[in-house]
Design a protein around this ligand. Structure first.
Ligand code: PMP
Length: 405
């Protein structure tokens, strides 16, 4: 059970006003809000033990190193990775995907095939296109249907002994679809291909068990799960991380450097060149603790109620509304348009009324092309939103419609 009153007290930002109205924050799929507990971890770091990690003999450096490595272990436990060194700290999902795409450049031959789902964020398309340009590998697309579900029969046909890697999001940021990743991973493995799952949108809603999934790579961003921006995690199976060359060269990632030859540090440091976002990593660990304190089952059940309530009211009360992404299995994202009105105009009026939503293509232009639309209005709910906020959202959409129709 969610104790919504006490949860909302954890998020100071929810008390602020926007344009004279109490804020209704429904842009959680872009970035979630930050609880006091995470803000405290950030303040604590800069107040008490700000220092560079791994190299220092002095106390502050040792404390910072300990906390940073503790955060790695929290992520390992949360996602059930076999080893802490399979958790690579990144600057976010985009960084994680680029790191893997770069690693695969050394492992591909011209004519090898990569499969991408039709509902990816640009960050899970563009790095692979760059990789194909570099290697002569070929990118093929797993199509989706009108409801925003992947066409699994076509996926099966696309898989072949040429397929090297499949990449797909766990949950679509633009549609909310929860993809059947267990099946996707199993089918890819049966064909001898690796799988990267972009978990950016899943991590705030679902506690993924990476060993049970048997996934090869999984990426998340802390800022979508109550943590700070600019930090994230790439999980990679040890065997793949050992096979792939480092992404960036620099300090921290070496064993020994001479002008003749450099040898690389062991995992995970081989992929962590330079001074990382130490405070961010520690705060990421605090965010994972915070979310586990509430519990992912409770979060999913509560958000689902909000989703059903908001979807029901929108469909019943807003004339000419069309929701994109009507998959059976979806999370708390509603992407919609109202006939005859540009999504941007709705978003602008909602903001005037204190309601924060996102409008546009949501970095998933191929999805917008599929539906032949310029973009959508996207309302995305988190466990700290309320039914009253859904009411405010619906009223604001009604007002926008009256003003714009
Ligand atoms: N993938 C998905 C599904 C996303 O929703 C996002 C963020 N909108 C990203 C990747 C990129 O995440 P980041 O900007 O944190 O790297």
């Amino acid at each position: 059970m969610i104790d919504i009153k006490s949860i909302r007290e954890d998020f100071p930002i929810l008390n602020r006003k926007v344009n004279g109205y109490p804020l209704v924050y429904l842009d959680n799929a872009a970035t979630s809000q930050t609880p006091k507990q995470v803000i405290k971890a950030i303040t604590d770091y800069y107040t008490n033990y700000n220092a560079n990690i791994h190299r220092g003999v002095h106390t502050l450096s040792q404390e910072a190193t300990e906390k940073y490595e503790e955060a790695r272990q929290k992520l390992q436990r949360h996602f059930n990775a076999a080893h802490p060194y399979e958790i690579i700290f990144t600057s976010g999902t985009t960084h994680g995907i680029n790191l893997v795409a770069n690693g695969f450049a050394a492992l591909l031959q011209p004519g090898d095939e990569l499969l991408v789902s039709a509902m990816e964020h640009h960050s899970n398309i563009v790095p692979w296109q760059m990789l194909c340009e570099k290697t002569g590998a070929v990118l093929k697309v797993i199509p989706m249907n009108e409801k925003g579900e992947l066409e699994m029969e076509v996926y099966e046909q696309l898989l072949s002994d040429k397929t090297r890697i499949v990449f797909c999001n766990h949950i679509s940021n633009a549609l909310g679809t929860i993809n059947p990743i267990e099946k996707i991973i199993k089918m890819a493995h049966d064909a001898g291909a690796a799988v990267l799952i972009d978990g950016a949108q899943a991590a705030p809603h679902i506690k993924a068990d990476l060993q049970a999934l048997d996934v090869d790579f999984y990426t998340v961003s802390a800022h979508k799960m109550c943590g700070p921006t600019g930090v994230g995690m790439l999980y990679g199976k040890e065997s793949w991380l050992r096979k792939m060359p480092p992404y960036q060269g620099g300090g921290e990632m070496i064993a020994e450097v001479t002008f003749e030859k450099t040898t690389y540090a062991d995992l995970p440091h081989k992929f962590e060149a330079g001074t990382p976002d130490i405070c961010g990593g520690i705060a990421f660990g605090a965010a994972v603790d915070y979310m586990n304190g509430i519990g992912f089952d409770a979060i999913a059940a509560y958000e689902h109620e909000l989703l059903d309530y908001a979807t029901g009211r929108l469909l019943k009360e807003i004339e000419g509304v069309k929701i994109y992404g009507t998959a059976e299995n979806k999370t708390s994202v509603i992407s919609f348009n109202i006939e005859g009105i540009h999504p941007y105009d709705i978003g602008a009026i909602l903001d005037k009324l204190g309601v924060a939503v996102r409008t546009g293509h949501h970095c998933a232009q191929p999805i917008m092309d599929y539906y032949k639309i310029p973009g959508t209005v996207r309302a995305s709910f988190a466990f700290y939103n309320t039914r009253e906020e859904v009411d405010r959202f619906i009223e604001a959409v009604q007002k926008a419609q009256m003003m714009l129709a």
